[in-house]
Design a protein around this ligand. Structure first.
Ligand SMILES: *Cc1c(COP(=O)(O)O)cnc(C)c1O
Length: 341
């Protein structure tokens, strides 16, 4: 049995999803003539109660487009120090938009309104960068799948309004937050200027992210996507997977969350484990006793057919997903219990 807990991006389309993809009606999306892409974008925009949406080949490109939409070179983005847009987009914010970051010291990747307020530069003081954009990640990636209370996001919004800042949500795993916190997409649509959501993570589609915003913003985003080389032609085949994922794969995230919690609980009971971060969604972050090498843990599990990853030194990660089934789960729980160092 090959079990991959490295990321929720490792899933492969199911026969049902492939069937819907094969039968998609397609056209040239660069001329906005792909009916399936148009339908997909309309569905996602409606879900969030926002005017328009745009399909992207990746979450990175959707985030980078949002950054370019909201900033000018020299401007500053306020976000958590662990943000994907800072750590894992290959320096794109500075390369593409010439911006810099004010990195806040948040809690498991989450920042609060007070920190944001204190992080804003005085616009009259021309020596410091212009604070232009606040970017939130929900759920947090490096923060181990933590999710925000909507009240804190509302307070941050208030700070943004008072200080004329744009407000972006990197919602690559927003679906997990919606399920874990029993929230509705419209609660997020009413707060943010732009939201990016991913279909190739928890939702099991092979490719794609969507950016949602008002119609004027999306009109500008199309030009930026073109500049970034993200225009696609008969992308309805991919959008069809997204539509299938929305219809079938959101509520089942509960299974991923339950299994992740069970894995976390099992790890807490293992003598070789030092600590396990709180498990809120589908990501488990843990550390092992100091005399045990991280790589030894990875290697031992690999020999048992279980792949996990190193998040950072002293920090191991497992991610549950659509292709991690109950039989595999039972086996992993047993294997963890039996492991000795
Ligand atoms: C994965 C991820 C992205 C980027 O998505 P890609 O499709 O891999 O480019 C952005 N933000 C967060 C928080 C992510 O976890």
């Amino acid at each position: 049995m090959e079990i991959n807990l490295i990321s929720d991006t490792v899933t492969k389309p199911t026969p049902e999803m492939l069937h819907q993809m094969f039968h998609a009606k397609v056209g040239d999306d660069v001329f906005k003539q792909d009916p399936t892409v148009n339908e997909f974008e309309a569905i996602v925009a409606n879900m969030f109660g926002m005017e328009a949406a745009l399909f992207f080949p990746s979450g990175t490109m959707a985030n980078q487009t949002a950054i370019k939409l909201h900033t000018n070179p020299g401007d500053q983005i306020i976000c958590d120090k662990w943000s994907h847009i800072h750590l894992y987009e290959s320096g794109g914010a500075s390369a593409n938009s010439g911006v810099n970051f004010n990195l806040l010291d948040g809690n498991r990747g989450m920042i609060n309104a007070e920190q944001v307020k204190n992080g804003i530069n005085d616009p009259e003081f021309y020596h410091t960068p212009f604070s232009k954009l606040v970017s939130i990640e929900n759920t947090t990636n490096k923060g181990g799948g933590a999710c925000y209370d909507i009240e804190e996001l509302q307070k941050i919004k208030q700070v943004c309004v008072e200080n004329n800042l744009k407000y972006h949500l990197d919602g690559a795993r927003l679906w997990n937050a919606l399920i874990a916190k029993k929230q509705h997409p419209k609660q997020f649509g009413s707060l943010f200027d732009t939201i990016s959501v991913c279909f190739s993570k928890g939702l099991g589609a092979p490719v794609g992210s969507v950016l949602v915003a008002d119609a004027a913003t999306i009109k500008r985003a199309i030009r930026i996507r073109k500049i970034f080389g993200g225009n696609m032609r008969q992308s309805g085949y991919l959008a069809a997977a997204g539509i299938y994922a929305l219809q079938n794969n959101i509520n089942r995230l509960e299974d991923d969350h339950r299994r992740a919690k069970e894995l976390g609980k099992k790890l807490v009971e293992c003598s070789w484990v030092l600590s396990v971060a709180p498990v809120e969604t589908n990501i488990i972050v843990f550390s092992v006793q100091s005399h045990i090498e991280d790589n030894l843990v990875i290697e031992k599990l690999k020999q048992k057919g279980i792949a996990i990853s190193l998040l950072a030194k002293g920090s191991l990660r497992m991610v549950t997903h659509l292709d991690y089934k109950e039989v595999m789960h039972t086996y992993v729980l047993e294997t963890l219990e039996k492991m000795e160092f």
